[in-house]
Write a protein that binds this ligand. Structure first.
Ligand code: ADP
Length: 461
């Protein structure tokens, strides 16, 4: 690459519209939650867009979207499009059928249209790599919906069929190549039909790591200041190292992933009076304690100690874990809990962050979590590694303001929402409206309990 002088090119096309610019970080968080719980990692990610016009694409694309009845962006599109449009590398994770293809196609077109027209025998501007032939064909089909009106050429290069036809097509020139890595290597190597050195964009859809070496070989051929984007339905650990090698300062966008309670957790929410809670707890413990370990979450240290005493009195041997206990004792509590010496623990959320206890069968939220993330994090202590788990949450009338987030968490994880909980939320909303007050979701991610500080981190590990 050092020997080649690459033409400079522009990557950042994104201009945020005023409607998005004025959204507060809180509002953005709520909006991401509404979009099936988008989680974003990496610095400087743009806000998710709400409509096609907000992504600054051309009229031709807008009318093609309309023609194909793509009314508005899906969640992965809403977040990935502005990020890619602003020139960033990206990892996009969203389930099959969520619209990942258009999430990279639209920014790709914007990009290609910004380049000077290709001269004869000049290579593709964008390369889309896919693990299978079927996917390559499917993406080509989707791609053509837009490339035709824009007068761009797409060639699909894949193995298992005659190579000559594909070579002929490539020789006629193409701005976009959709390929499987094996056949692509053939084209680059022995046949020298293709030169991707000055390609600007790489889109890689992966499903497994078998293609790793092939992909690396292709990547090595492309100019280093390219924009690279990866999409998949899952992001296996083994991919991380590779992603780090081929992407630069990527933004990671995950839809409906980490921040949703896993379906192995059976969730129950009980609307209950404060003075009924302890009896109900005993009843639940009676049912589950034989089956595995249990964590009971409370909101404050004092409550942890109080509940601990009450449980001991009721002949339940138990321990407590919270920030007021010194490090040495905390370590021994966690050890005893992990090795099963004691199977019942009362804890604050912060202290139990990241705890991974396989035999944990039950989580009880004795005090209702005050935001969405905290609920998901607590419930997520159980149901791990494919084991079934149970989560019970107590919510009192006074805590009605938290009901909205809990309902959202139940819905996003596909759990039924109890009627009483819905009722509680409804009457809370009505009351606020009658008082002329706005209803703010408490799901700001900046609240207590979401961020690690040093001590929490030490606790979690
Ligand atoms: P994935 O790659 O995530 O599996 P696709 O990109 O193949 O999903 O999209 C799945 C289907 O949804 C396709 O038929 C596609 O045409 C359609 N689709 C994509 N985006 C939208 C949208 N914004 N509105 C309506 N349909 C869409």
């Amino acid at each position: 690459h050092q020997k080649i002088e690459y033409e400079p090119y522009r990557k950042d096309f994104y201009v945020e519209v005023p409607e998005l610019a004025k959204m507060s970080p809180e509002e953005v968080n709520v909006h991401r939650l509404d979009l099936e719980g988008i989680a974003v990692k990496g610095k400087g990610c743009p806000k998710p867009i709400k409509s096609w016009v907000q992504c600054g694409t051309s009229m031709k694309i807008l009318s093609a979207l309309k023609r194909h009845s793509y009314e508005k962006p899906t969640p992965i599109q809403a977040q990935a499009i502005p990020a890619i449009m602003s020139g960033r590398d990206l990892i996009g994770i969203a389930k099959t059928g969520s619209g990942k293809t258009i999430a990279f196609l639209l920014p790709m077109y914007r990009h290609i249209m910004d380049q000077r027209p290709l001269e004869e025998a000049e290579g593709p501007i964008a390369v889309i790599m896919t693990p299978t032939r079927e996917l390559a064909l499917q993406i080509t089909k989707e791609c053509k919906k837009f490339s035709k009106p824009l007068n761009l050429r797409v060639v699909c290069v894949y193995g298992g069929t005659g190579i000559s036809e594909q070579i002929a097509e490539l020789k006629r020139g193409a701005e976009i190549i959709v390929c499987t890595p094996g056949r692509m290597i053939d084209m680059l190597g022995a046949n020298s039909v293709l030169d991707v050195a000055s390609s600007l964009l790489l889109y890689w859809l992966f499903s497994d790591i078998l293609h790793r070496f092939l992909v690396m070989r292709i990547m090595d051929n492309v100019r280093p200041d390219r924009q690279t984007v990866m999409f998949s339905a899952t992001f296996p650990r083994a991919m991380e190292a590779l992603a780090r090698r081929i992407l630069s300062k990527p933004i990671e966008v995950q839809v409906g992933g980490r921040s949703v309670v896993c379906s192995d957790v059976e969730q129950h929410v009980l609307v209950i009076e404060e003075d009924q809670k302890f009896l109900k707890l005993l009843e639940i413990l009676g049912h589950y304690q034989e089956k595995g370990s249990v964590i009971i979450f409370v909101d404050k240290q004092e409550h942890a100690d109080g509940l601990l005493k009450d449980l001991m009195k009721a002949s339940y041997p138990c321990m407590s874990l919270h920030g007021g206990i010194d490090q040495y004792d905390r370590d021994s509590v966690i050890n005893d809990f992990k090795n099963g010496a004691c199977r019942l623990m009362v804890a604050t959320s912060v202290a139990a962050r990241g705890l991974d206890i396989k035999q944990l069968i039950l989580v009880v939220n004795y005090n209702c979590p005050n935001h969405y993330e905290d609920y998901v994090h607590r419930a997520g202590r159980t149901g791990r590694a494919g084991n079934k788990g149970f989560a019970y949450t107590f919510i009192t009338d006074e805590q009605a303001r938290y009901a909205g987030d809990i309902i959202k968490a139940l819905e996003l994880s596909g759990s039924p929402v109890p009627k009483e909980l819905e009722q509680l939320w409804l009457s809370f909303k009505n009351q606020r409206q009658a008082e002329g007050k706005s209803i703010k979701s408490s799901s700001g991610f900046s609240g207590k309990g979401f961020k690690f500080d040093e001590t929490e981190h030490a606790l979690a590990n």
